[in-house]
Design a protein around this ligand. Structure first.
Ligand code: INI
Length: 153
């Protein structure tokens, strides 16, 4: 049996992060958690590129360009879509998560879905580190793990 164990060594990796400004109070925290965790795992800050976009709807497009640039080992899409804040919640959720998922499934490089979808700002804040852990950290770990996995498969 061949088994590939997960590795969280991020040294030498180049990571692209696309982050939505909409609901910035949440997405700033996700970004902070992701960057801190990447650095903890050995990714150099000079190898982390952050692209700011207006909203979650814009994430798939910029992620696609980051993938196609071949400058990154992984891309993380960060956003927060909050039901209470919008009449077109379903449209923004489906377009953003669906677009990122499609890109991820192409399997060129890992593309990490870091889009919170919640009913309230409180729920989103809790998942961005206020009460529970900061999901930005988890998504950064997922990116590093998947880059190492892609090297082996
Ligand atoms: N964008 C978000 O990232 N989160 C939201 O909750 C949201 N709401 O509430 O509508 C949102 N809308 C903007 C959207 O992502 C685009 O920026 C806009 O439609 C222009 O394309």
């Amino acid at each position: 049996m061949n088994e590939i164990k997960n590795s969280l060594n991020g040294s030498g990796m180049k990571i692209g992060i696309a982050v939505a400004r909409f609901n910035e109070v949440v997405t700033d925290r996700l970004l902070d958690g992701a960057v801190r965790q990447l650095e903890t795992l050995g990714v150099s800050s000079k190898d982390i590129t952050v692209a700011h976009v207006p909203g979650a709807f814009e994430l798939p497009g910029i992620c696609r360009r980051m993938v196609d640039s071949e400058k990154f080992d992984a891309v993380i899409a960060l956003g927060a879509v909050i039901r209470g804040e919008t009449g077109h919640y379903d449209v923004v959720v489906n377009a953003s998560t669906g677009g990122v998922a499609k890109l991820a499934a192409e399997g060129k490089i890992p593309v990490i879905l870091g889009i919170l979808t919640t009913d309230t700002v409180d729920q989103a804040m809790n998942r961005a580190g206020l009460k529970a852990g900061n999901l930005g950290c988890s998504w950064a770990s997922t990116a590093v793990e998947m880059v190492n996995l892609y090297k082996e498969v």
